[in-house]
Structure formats: C-alpha cells, structure tokens
Design a protein around this ligand. Structure first.
Ligand SMILES: C[S@@+](CC[C@H](N)C(=O)[O-])C[C@H]1O[C@@H](n2cnc3c(N)ncnc32)[C@H](O)[C@@H]1O
Length: 297
C-alpha cells in the first residue's frame, strides 16, 4: 500500500489532533481544547470536514467543562462547515431538549436519550398521533425517553405506553451512585410521567424484564424500545421475548449498539439476534441505535 506523504505542517497538525484526543480521553479537557485550537490555527490546508470535526471536538470538551454556550457555538460552527455532521446535530438536539425539559419543570438527573431525537423524529413520525398506538419500553429510569414518546408520538388520547423497569439500575454504574440515589429514581419516573400529563396512558410494571415480559400478551405492540440491562445475555433474552410481543409491521429499537465493554457487550447480543431473525425482519437503521421492522412472525 502506498504511504501518503504528509508535509511538515500537516504532521504538526496531526500531532496536535492526536494529543488533543489523548488528553480528552484522559479527562484533561482544557488542555485538549488548547491542542484542537492549535490545530485549527496552524492548519491552513485542513479540509472543511477536518475543521468541522475540530470545532465539534472543542464543543464536546467545553461541554465537559460545563461551558454550555461555548459548546453550542462550536456545534453550530461545525454544522455551518459540514451541515450533515450527525454527531453535532445530535448534541444540539440533546442540549435543546435538556433546556426545554428543565424549563418545563421535569426532574431528570441524566440524559442518555437526547442524542436519539433526530433519529426518532425521522423514523417514528409516521406513528405520531396514531389511534390505539401501543408501545412498550424496557428500561425507563427517570422516564426521559418515555416522556419524549408521550409528548411527540403517543399523542392520540387512545395511545398507550407500558414501561418495564426493575428500578435497580444497571450493573455497570450501580456501584458508582450516591447512597440513596437509586431509591429516588422510581419516584422521579412517576413525577415526570405525571408532568407529561399522560399518567393515564402509562402502565408501569416493576420487575426484571425476563419475568415481566412473559406476562404480556403476544403480538400486541406497534413499537418496542429495548434499553434495559446491557449484559449481553439479558439483551438477547429481551430481544427474543419482545419479538413475540411485537405485531407484524411493528418497530423494534435497540439502544447502545456501540456499548462494547468486554463484560457487557450489548452489540454481541444484538448481532446474534439480527443474524438469527434475519429472514423475519427488515433493517431500518444501524448506528448507536438499531431499528428493525418485523415483517414476518
Ligand atoms: C439506560 S437506563 C434507561 C434509560 C431510559 N430509557 C432513558 O432514556 O432515560 C436502563 C434502565 O434499565 C433498568 N434495568 C436494567 N436491567 C433491567 C432488567 N433486567 N429488567 C428491568 N429493568 C432493568 C434500570 O433499572 C434502568 O432504569
């Protein structure tokens, strides 16, 4: 393979970027910003895509430092340079949604959901305001994704949402939570669902998904969102059990396809499921989330 020769200036820019990425990954966000900015300042022959990525990186580091407005400015700059840069679109959607839900009095302490809004708007729009729309969510935490669904898709008075959660948190972060925090999650879920003005549409089922899903009627849901345990065997079990609950034509969404810590490996389970059910489903989307449509029982 032919080696691409970099000019001395390009080598310097590459060194700034590589060092910036390393510092970012080590949590030294101010130093990372300085390196990315150096790359922008010297990189006279950077491509537009590289400049956009550098602004995005600076925005991400600024966000980690709590500099929200600087982050927003950088994400906008990145999109001016490269309008299709999806990571910047996702971050801006997330920041907008966080500000909006905070202003409207929701009680959320985490946001694992906001980045998915552009994708969900794109693929769930046809379901919006549909009569008798029936959705199931495995893993609700404080209700962020549930509230978004209720406000944006399950808007018809006859639409329904079933939320399954053990409210015991996930293995990978349970130990890191402040004492007593976990006990308050379910009450924030209840508060937020009430805040969405949709308590009568929601059925909350508290327990492990492997047990609760077995109690639900077959071929009953138009949309199922799997965002509970990240342990591969649990995800595979959630997928197989959910398949039986989904109507033909219904959508199944998996979160965290890129969640690849060795002992968890959501991706292994999703790949195993997709390969095993390949003839019965149609792929709709695959990136951080995977969306498939059931085409056959
Ligand atoms: C990532 S959070 C869900 C986030 C939520 N969908 C949102 O967007 O804000 C995962 C949730 O799954 C729940 N969970 C984990 N393992 C579970 C299991 N085996 N059965 C039921 N719920 C589980 C946890 O208690 C936690 O609330």
């Amino acid at each position: 393979m032919q080696q691409i020769q970099l000019s001395p200036l390009q080598r310097l820019v590459k060194a700034y970027i590589d060092l910036g990425v390393t510092l970012f990954n080590q949590g030294s966000f101010e130093d990372a910003i300085a390196q990315f900015q150096q790359a922008l300042d010297v990189g006279a022959d950077l491509t537009v895509a590289q400049q956009a990525k550098l602004h995005f990186n600076i925005g991400s580091a600024a966000l980690k430092l709590g500099q929200r407005q600087e982050a927003i400015n950088r994400f906008h700059r990145a999109l001016e340079l490269q309008p299709e840069l999806s990571v910047a679109q996702q971050e801006l959607a997330k920041l907008d949604y966080q500000a909006d839900t905070q202003a409207r009095g929701y009680q959320f302490t985490q946001d694992w959901f906001g980045r998915n809004i552009p994708l969900w708007k794109q693929h769930l729009q046809p379901l919006k305001d549909q009569e008798q729309l029936n959705a199931l969510e495995i893993g609700s935490w404080e209700g962020r994704s549930a509230c978004w669904l209720l406000e944006n898709i399950l808007t018809h008075p006859t639409a329904r949402l079933t939320c399954v959660d053990s409210f015991e948190g996930n293995e990978e972060y349970r130990e890191m939570l402040e004492p007593g925090f976990l006990e308050s999650v379910e009450s924030r879920f209840d508060f937020n669902i009430a805040r969405a003005g949709a308590a009568e549409k929601v059925t909350k089922l508290v327990g492990k998904s492997a047990e609760v899903l077995r109690t639900l009627p077959l071929r009953n849901f138009d949309l199922i969102y799997i965002d509970g345990s990240h342990v591969a065997c649990d995800v595979l079990s959630d997928a197989v059990l959910s398949w039986e609950l989904l109507k033909v034509g219904g959508l199944l969404i998996f979160d965290d396809y890129d969640f690849g810590l060795r002992e968890y490996g959501t991706r292994y389970a999703i790949d195993a499921f997709l390969n095993s059910f390949a003839k019965k489903l149609e792929g709709v989307h695959k990136s951080h989330q995977v969306i498939v449509r059931k085409v056959q029982d």
